[in-house]
Structure formats: structure tokens, C-alpha cells
Write a protein that binds this ligand. Structure first.
Ligand code: FPP
Length: 250
């Protein structure tokens, strides 16, 4: 029995987020420069997106570039930006064929103009697609996102467009970059590191966490299916007891 056929498609996480880690280590292990790992990582992105789309997952968020990644050598940053542009150019036809809607989270205005242009174009072209949202986190940091939301909310209060008493989870949600997305159900991190690294701090409050030793360039459809099966073996209680969950399923 294949891994894929063991998956219960009625019990899928709606929103899967992935910290794609280990590109550099993968390359070093093979005796290559770090950037080669990123190039190979693009194939893992393709496979994961395809697997998620086929299964019927509604949103896939990928941590492609963090606010901290600007501290990397210029050559590596340039390679990542160029890979983003070339991948979008190459994949746009597949996005259309597979009904993939592209969107981004993060402060996109700080990316190179070429990357911004390509992203805008791909987002516009795919805006009416409905099967899956591919959400790329680019120049993204969760604390920056929360600071940004706080500033917007504060301005609304100062301008009397919002009352302090009205601030609740929904108000916060609607001012985050992820305003149009459900909370994250399942967070995957590759490469054996067990950290969150400033990724979607608010949105993962009740997410199931999955850490695998596989380095991102080696991640593929089968690894994704294995992760989803692991998710399906868990009981999500949201603070309730097992008995309450069992009874509500009856
Ligand atoms: C982490 O590995 C990975 C990144 C910082 C970038 C992820 C980018 C890609 C997979 C390719 C481009 C993506 C798209 C969406 C086209 P690392 O370099 O931190 O690995 P290390 O911890 O082994 O050094």
C-alpha cells in the first residue's frame, strides 16, 4: 500500500507551513557550494506543492526568505532572489494548469525590483485560481508582522476608527499578513533543527509541529505524505479533554 493511499483526505490539515531548512548542509555534504543546495531545494518545492495540491490541501506556506536572511553573504542572497525570479517564470504555466493561486507574506517592498515585478505579475495572473494557495514568506519575520499590525491598529484607534475595547483575536488576525488565511494546522521543519525561527508565531498557536532530519533538498512527495500521515495520527484537543473530543466526533 503506497503512503499516499493511506492518507485520509477527509482529515487533512487546511493550512500547512514549512520551514525549508538544510540546503547549505546538503550542499556541503556533497562537496558543493551552499547555493547549489538552494537550487536543488527548488525541486523539493515543486514536489511538495504538487503533492499538497493533489491531496487537496488548501494553503501551503513556505518560508523562502526571512528578515534575518539579509545577513547572509551577498552572493547567496543574490542567488536566492534570482532563483525566485527564474522559478516563477518557469512555473507559471504549471500554476495555471494546476489552479494554484500565488500570494506572499512579508515586507515585499524591500526585495529587489526584479523580484517584486515577477511576483506582482504571477500574483495577478493566478489571482482567480482556487485549488490551493501557495503562500511564499519573503522577507518575512513574525515579530515584524506583529509590529506592523500593532502600528496599523494603533493608527485606527488614534483616528477613532476603532475602539480599544474592540480589539480581539479577529481584529489582530485581520491585520496580519495572513489576514485571508486560516490558522496553521501543521508546521513542518526539515534538517533536524527544532526551532520556530520567528515564523508565524501568532498563527501556529495550536499547530501540530513536525520535525524531520531530512535536509530540504532531499524532501519529496513521499516525505510529505509521511508527514501528513504523522499529523493524522495525532489528536488535536485545543485545550479540551480526549473524552470531549471523542464525544464531539460521535
Ligand atoms: C534554508 O537552508 C533555506 C533557505 C534560507 C531558503 C529556501 C529557499 C529555497 C528552497 C529555494 C527558493 C525557493 C522558492 C520558493 C523558489 P539553509 O541555507 O539555512 O541551510 P543550512 O541550515 O544547512 O545552512
Amino acid at each position: 500500500m503506497s503512503l499516499k493511499s493511506k492518507i485520509n483526505t477527509k482529515f487533512l490539515p487546511k493550512h500547512v507551513a514549512i520551514i525549508m531548512d538544510g540546503n547549505g548542509r546538503w550542499a556541503k555534504k556533497q562537496g558543493f557550494k551552499r547555493v547549489f543546495g538552494h537550487k536543488k531545494g527548488v525541486e523539493a518545492v515543486r514536489q511538495t506543492l504538487e503533492a499538497a495540491t493533489e491531496l487537496g490541501i488548501e494553503t501551503l506556506t513556505l518560508f523562502a526568505f526571512s528578515t534575518e536572511n539579509w545577513n547572509r553573504p551577498k552572493f547567496e542572497i543574490d542567488t536566492l532572489m534570482n532563483l525566485l525570479v527564474s522559478s516563477l517564470k518557469k512555473e507559471i504555466k504549471t500554476f495555471q494548469k494546476n489552479n494554484v493561486k500565488l500570494q506572499t507574506i512579508g515586507n515585499i517592498e524591500m526585495l529587489p525590483k526584479k523580484a517584486q515585478r515577477e511576483l506582482k505579475e504571477s500574483i495577478e495572473l493566478t489571482k482567480n485560481n482556487t485549488k490551493i494557495i501557495l503562500n511564499l514568506a519573503l522577507n518575512y519575520g513574525a515579530r515584524e508582522e506583529i509590529i506592523n499590525a500593532t502600528k496599523i491598529i494603533s493608527k485606527k484607534i488614534v483616528n477613532n476608527d476603532l475602539k480599544i475595547e474592540e480589539i480581539d483575536e479577529n481584529i489582530i488576525n485581520s491585520h496580519l499578513y495572513t489576514f485571508n488565511l486560516p490558522n496553521v494546522d501543521f508546521l513542518i521543519r526539515t534538517s533536524g533543527e527544532k526551532r520556530i525561527s520567528n515564523f508565524l508565531l501568532w498563527q501556529i498557536a495550536y499547530a501540530e509541529l513536525y520535525f524531520t532530519d531530512v535536509l530540504w533538498p532531499d524532501f519529496n512527495k513521499e516525505e510529505f505524505y509521511e508527514a501528513i500521515l504523522n499529523y493524522q495520527s495525532r489528536e488535536r484537543r485545543f485545550g479540551k479533554t480526549s473524552e470531549q473530543i471523542e464525544n464531539s466526533n460521535k
